[in-house]
Design a protein around this ligand. Structure first.
Ligand code: N01
Length: 540
């Protein structure tokens, strides 16, 4: 069997950073379709990316399983069957291992190895990549497939290292799992990870205390097995599904309503929201009313429905009041999906503590202390505190472009890219689903495939015309950055303190990081740019 050691040459055409959804398909594209010599470096000891690390209890995709995979290959599509509506983390890992095996990918992946730096050599017009294992590799192209939510965030709590019990971050969960039976557990955070983990940890722990800074609008997942007849239909409809999700707004088969929330009667709105609530998933968020993203009036109409639902589920009125989100619009913070989250707070051993009005002052050897001096004791601490999103994974690598300029310094006030794909001054460096592309506002595999295909197209074109480098012009990049902010600020998104805005990380610049063009229109824009001879790019 050929191993990665046999093929570990130090001069290649392309280096790919990361072996998750993006890196695996990028390797297949460059090696098997374009015939390039490519190497992948992956920090984990297996494929999976986010799904390699996120093994916390209840971790699963919030995208429906039938569209949470690759669509580039019909045979691959037909070769895999998901067990539930939303696939659980081990099953997604299994899927990605299946893909890696099917296309013989692991022989070109060096596992357990972190890329530390990537430096562009202007004379050679090549990149030099170094790793924490001391390897140095040169390449024409570097493709970042590091993901948007892979740099975990541990808030700089005073005394974080003094806690005597074990501490677990949801994004770095022990592979062997954790048994909380009989333990008092403290969990900080109430985002999508916490929402998934809470009911399961509560099922084991003798006591669970959730420390919540911001309440979330959470709708039911309605998970379960999928009707075999529906599954069979979908299996046959590979081409149709592929086309529809590629042209959609968010990479789902969900479409915003033609009429706004403020344009329909109360009864009509109530009936639609009730139907969507019962169906579960992202219907209310991504298939709901478009005007709720633009006006507080419309947003409040939807919020009122959601507030009522939360109050109906939670017995204790004070706890319910804390769980009802306040101060920001629905839909502008990632909408977590729930499998019994609210009901968990009806159990006598589960407590909710508001750390917005009374923030965490420090972690102590036995638990934590709030600013008013209240102490909470627990045996194990779970940090469901999220990620330094979008820019974090890239900024943790020393990426130096023309003139030795560090990318993280260029991005000190926020990411600057063209199409979320490349940054001026960093020739031949591509970012799969990078900041300022639709990425996290879409079903990720759809956006990943589009970027990988597009990068493949660019590289094919460069090589066919004997060009060495491509990079965006400064003008095109400035235009893209301005445009991104302009369309974001036409919506309510920037009014919410979210990781989309960098608001979860102390000191991070406040700027809306994803692109709001939507998946289909963004794809069309990219295609038009290609048809116009890579408009906005300088090719040499
Ligand atoms: O992280 P988060 P996550 N003191 O940032 C709180 C994707 N995902 O891992 O909201 C106290 O959402 C923070 O409070 P606040 C998905 O895109 C996908 O849950 O910033 N609390 C928040 O409650 C998701 O959006 C899936 O005020 C502090 C929590 O920690 C993204 O990953 C599943 C704090 C962090 O929530 C991130 O989700 C899971 C502090 N100093 C995740 N600092 C699936 O599709 C932070 N918090 C399966």
């Amino acid at each position: 069997m050929t191993t990665s050691t046999d093929r570990a040459t130090s001069v290649v055409d392309a280096v790919i950073i990361g072996a998750g959804f993006s890196g695996l398909y990028m390797l297949h594209k460059l090696r098997d379709e374009l015939g390039l010599r490519a190497r992948v470096f992956e920090t984990g000891n297996g494929v999976g990316g986010t799904w390699y690390w996120n093994r916390y209890p209840g971790a699963r995709s919030d995208s429906d399983s039938y569209i949470y995979g690759y669509t580039f290959d019909k045979d691959l599509w037909e070769s895999w069957e998901w067990t539930e509506r939303y696939p659980e983390s081990p099953e997604i890992r299994g899927y990605l291992e299946h893909v890696a095996e099917r296309f013989d990918l692991t022989m070109d992946i060096t596992f357990g190895t972190r890329v530390e730096s990537a430096t562009f050599d202007e004379d050679a017009e090549r990149w030099t990549v170094t790793t924490d294992s001391g390897e140095t590799v040169t390449a024409d192209y570097v493709i970042s497939a590091v993901g948007a939510l892979s740099a975990s965030n541990t808030p700089p709590f005073d005394g974080i290292d003094t806690f005597a019990g074990p501490t677990f971050h949801t994004g770095h969960w022990p592979h062997e799992g954790v048994d909380f039976t009989g333990q008092r557990v403290g969990m900080i955070g109430s985002g999508a990870s916490a929402v998934q983990a809470t009911p399961i940890i509560a099922g084991q722990a003798s006591e669970l205390t959730v420390f919540q800074r911001t309440a979330n609008y959470i709708v039911p997942a309605n998970n379960g097995p999928v009707d075999p007849a529906v599954k069979a239909e979908r299996l046959k409809d590979w081409a149709g599904i592929r086309e529809r999700i590629q042209q959609s707004n968010f990479g789902f088969e969900l479409y915003l309503q033609e009429k706004g929330a403020a344009e329909v009667s109360d009864a009509e709105r109530e009936a639609l929201l009730e139907d969507f609530w019962n169906r579960g998933g992202f219907h209310i968020w991504l298939g709901g009313y478009a005007d709720m993203f633009f006006t507080t009036e419309a947003n409040d109409l939807v919020r009122r429905f959601l507030d009522r639902k939360i109050r109906e589920k939670v017995d204790d009125p004070e706890t319910a009041e804390l769980l009802v989100p306040k101060g920001y619009p629905f839909g502008c913070k990632r909408n977590p999906l729930d499998s019994g989250y609210f009901e968990t707070f009806n159990e006598p051993h589960v407590h909710l503590v508001d750390v917005k009005s009374n923030p965490i002052a420090s972690i102590t050897p036995t638990g934590l202390r709030l600013e008013d001096g209240t102490e909470h004791e627990f045996d194990a601490l779970v940090l469901a505190t999220g990620f330094d999103a979008m820019t974090g994974p890239l900024n943790r690598i020393d990426i130096r472009g023309r003139g030795g300029a560090l990318l993280r310094e260029k991005w000190a006030e926020g990411p600057r890219t063209y199409l979320g794909l490349m940054s001026h001054g960093y020739p031949n460096l591509f970012t799969v689903t990078g900041p300022q592309s639709p990425s996290v506002l879409s079903n990720m595999p759809v956006s990943i495939e589009q970027h990988v295909d597009y990068i493949g197209r660019i590289i094919t074109d460069l090589r066919s015309r004997g060009a060495r480098v491509i990079e965006p012009t400064e003008e095109a990049e400035n235009g893209w950055c301005d445009y991104n902010q302009e369309i974001a600020h036409a919506t309510l998104f920037p009014t919410a303190d979210t990781w989309y805005m960098g608001a979860n990380i102390p000191g991070k610049p406040r700027t809306f990081m994803p692109n709001l063009d939507f998946v289909g229109p963004y794809r069309a824009k990219c295609d038009q740019i290609a048809a116009n001879g890579w408009e906005g790019f300088a090719v040499d």
